[in-house]
Design a binder for this molecule. Structure first.
Ligand SMILES: Cc1ncc(C[n+]2csc(CCOP(=O)(O)OP(=O)(O)O)c2C)c(N)n1
Ligand SMILES: [Mg+2]
Length: 320
């Protein structure tokens, strides 16, 4: 770790947090519509894992993917314009919150279907293998995906066909309002993954340094052996599942207990302790991030709607 990298990692987490808090405000003003799922509390997972990937690696994410998109290097303005449904957005406003996508950073998208990204990751990794490319495909998914057939089929194929996939399970203990403990016979997800004959490991998803280290080890293993690796990041979302959720399924005391382990102040304290960040660093980052988010909002506000004549484009391949 260097002081510059520590600052950058903290900045990324603060940017994710601030951009999403702003999205929540804009949602209540109906500037952003449709489904929207926020990542608050889970920032250390996206930021820490992304550090282990290179530009040629592929990333597949879920509908809760704003953090991954930012940590992968997509701009706040292209994300915000997409949230608004504007043409200047990363998908010309056609995807919205759940379908951020960016070929340039090999970000193969959010996905509205629980577990839907896992078979895509198998396909991406198979393509890399067949072409002899040294890439890793990193696939994020929630604990809820573990109950889907696609999880089992994808993990099995990745081990059977020896595919270079880094599986990253974001276990935040709930799938919408359903606790893991009432849907799974085996709540230790590393045990489930290990049954497909791959290395599986769990890490504290609230600790940025721990996630970064575990992800680096996992990605190195995948790159060297061309075998899959399952990394479970134990984390928690501070906000509701989506913008429509009364949160009747969990106690406020549980939420406040997890908030005490907020990854942002946690990493700030560690970085200060190690001497990577000095006094005033956080204030400067917050000011920078605030300016970046407001610039993104202004960009989205000033954006344009796709013209009616263009609406058929990208629907059928012949229209390209
Ligand atoms: C195949 C499928 N079934 C159900 C849904 C409805 N749904 C949306 S999010 C969600 C919960 C998924 O939870 P998890 O995978 O743990 O991700 P988290 O929201 O906690 O990040 C469900 C059931 C869906 N989108 N797709
Ligand atoms: Mg979950």
């Amino acid at each position: 770790m260097t002081p510059a990298l520590a600052r950058e990692l903290l900045r990324q987490m603060v940017l994710i947090r601030r951009l999403e808090d702003r999205c929540a405000e804009l949602y209540t003003q109906q500037k952003i519509r449709g489904f929207m799922h926020l990542y608050n509390g889970e920032e250390a997972v996206a930021v820490g894992v992304m550090q282990a990937l290179g530009p040629q690696d592929s990333v597949v994410a879920t509908y809760r993917e704003h953090g991954q998109a930012l940590a992968r290097g997509m701009s706040a303005r292209s994300i915000m314009a997409e949230m608004y449904g504007k043409k200047e957005g990363c998908c010309r406003g056609r995807g919205g919150s759940m379908h951020l996508f960016d070929a340039a950073t090999r970000f193969y998208g959010g996905n509205a279907i629980v577990g839907g990204g896992l078979p895509l990751a198998v396909g991406l990794a198979l393509a890399d293998k067949m072409r002899g490319r040294p890439q890793v495909t990193c696939c994020f998914f929630g604990d809820g995906a573990v109950a889907e057939g696609e999880f089992h089929e994808s993990l099995n194929l990745s081990a059977l066909w020896k595919l270079p996939v880094l599986w990253v399970c974001e276990n935040n203990l709930y799938a919408m309002g359903t606790a893991l403990t009432i849907t799974e016979s085996q709540v230790d997800l590393t045990v489930k993954a290990a049954s497909y004959n791959m290395i599986s490991k769990a890490v504290d998803g609230m600790d940025l340094l721990a996630v970064r280290e575990a992800a680096q080890e996992a990605a190195d293993y995948v790159r060297e052996t061309k075998m899959p690796f399952f990394l479970e990041c134990r984390t928690y979302r501070f906000r509701a599942h989506s913008m429509f959720d009364a949160e009747l399924y969990r106690d406020k005391s549980e939420v406040s207990r997890w908030k005490e382990r907020d990854p942002i102040p946690g990493f700030l304290a560690a970085a200060t302790h190690h001497g990577w960040l000095g006094p005033g660093a956080m204030e400067a980052i917050e000011a920078e991030v605030e300016a970046e988010v407001e610039e993104a909002v202004a960009f989205a506000e000033a954006g344009s709607w796709e013209s009616v004549e263009d609406l058929h484009r990208f629907v059928h391949s012949e229209a390209l």
